[in-house]
Design a protein around this ligand. Sequence first.
Ligand code: BES
Ligand code: ZN
Ligand code: ZN
Length: 500
Amino acid sequence: MRIEFRTGKHTDVTCDLMAVPVFEEEVKDAAALRELDRASRGVLKAALASGEFKTELHRTCLVHRPAGFKAGRLLLIGGGKRSDFVLARLREVAGAAVRAGRSAACGSVALLARGGHPLGEAARVCAEGALYGNYEPDDYKTRDWESREVDEFVFVSEGEARSREIQQGILRGIVIGNATNLARNLVNEPANILTPTRFAERALELGAEAGLEVQIIEQEEMEKLGMNTLLAVSRGSEQPPKLIVLRIKDQERKAGKGVPLYALVGKGVTFDSGGISIKPAEKMEEMKADMAGGAAVLGTMIALGQLRPHNRVIGLIPAVENLPSGRATKPGDVVKSFLGKTVEITNTDAEGRLIMADVLAYARSQGATHLVDIATLTGACVIALGWHNAGVMGTNQSMIDRLRKYCSVTGERLWQLPLDDEYRKILRSEIADIKNVGHRYGGAITAAKFLQEFVEDTPWVHIDIAGVDMDHEGRPFAAKGGTGFGVRTLVQLFVAPFRE
Ligand code: BES
Ligand code: ZN
Ligand code: ZN
């Protein structure tokens, strides 16, 4: 999709569909509506009066051949309360406009930027939302489905012509939007296609294009390094494990004493059957998405490779398949981790924490001073928070606060859960230093406590995305399936300069 901008009157933009957001407050204030209504030659007021159009967020009303418009169609789109119209909502409205365009067979869609945000940021989130809305997981459909792709999106600003700001915003939005869709597409890939090997190959291809150095650590090297909790998970599978390491080119020049190095670690289980502790058949197909944390890290690093962050950042993705077989790890097996601590694996379905433990410890051995991990780690997190918030825990409170604040811009909600010492006791093993599973209660927290054993004193944030990696319902601005959750939040963490 091409993304462009125009400044000037929205009625003069030539396109197939012109989307105009309308806010709840405006309906009650005749003066506020007057200008928009006049531009539409009374269509807006008529649509409101008839009850066909309401200003509720994402509601739409499509008008063909609107008088006074160069556009073929006018799409009125509800913006909700103007006072709640944060950048995250504007992104959704851009996505909803593009999806409405898709289903109305429109090749070009324009959006009138309203809401009073700084134009550069508005253009950025609109570009992100437009790309997000245009995405459809249809690679494996052999016939045309209901809608066609939108070829062109135009950001329209009637205010000051701040072209440089808008252009820069659009370029950033394209980078972040494409990186998010890349993560979504990886999550949607079936597990017979996206094996650990293919995941590593994709990282090599895409990383090279984006200015990253990509290293793959193979099984033999893992064995030498003693990554036995990681290897315990992949044992049952015919697919060899891969540890994908992503670095940003030329960034090492910034290295030196006291310069922080941030490591992003993403869980990359390309299929989680549970292993010998096998899962029930129902919904097991969803476990192809158990690499969503890894996809978020790859998407983030690909965006950062192009956006050149101020901080030093590396990405690590342990990619494995968790299957039962005659070679598979059995409940009760004991292994020695990369860090040296021994682990009794009482449940092979708690595999995410096993691969993450070794890689978090490995990241520290590579000089990481700050750790952020993102993983579809626990069903318990879905029970606690449902589908609309990821869980966040950790020992770096200032970073947690910062991540949570980004939500009004990114639209990715995070809710903090506690990490008190008492939860650690549940993981005491009779025969090893720790076991990988306690009881059901507080399962998202005990999983994080397990990881904490391997990050020790390094400042660390853990994001459990088990409930938010996939959209099960579909939204007006998004197709069902992978959400790419984490890409926007993690990119945001590094594009705004900061010091810890
Ligand atoms: N990948 C799952 C967690 C998950 C569940 C992600 C639902 C997305 C949706 C994880 O590996 C797992 O199986 N966790 C177990 C842990 C249990 C055995 C302690 C769980 O949550 O049931
Ligand atoms: Zn599992
Ligand atoms: Zn899993």
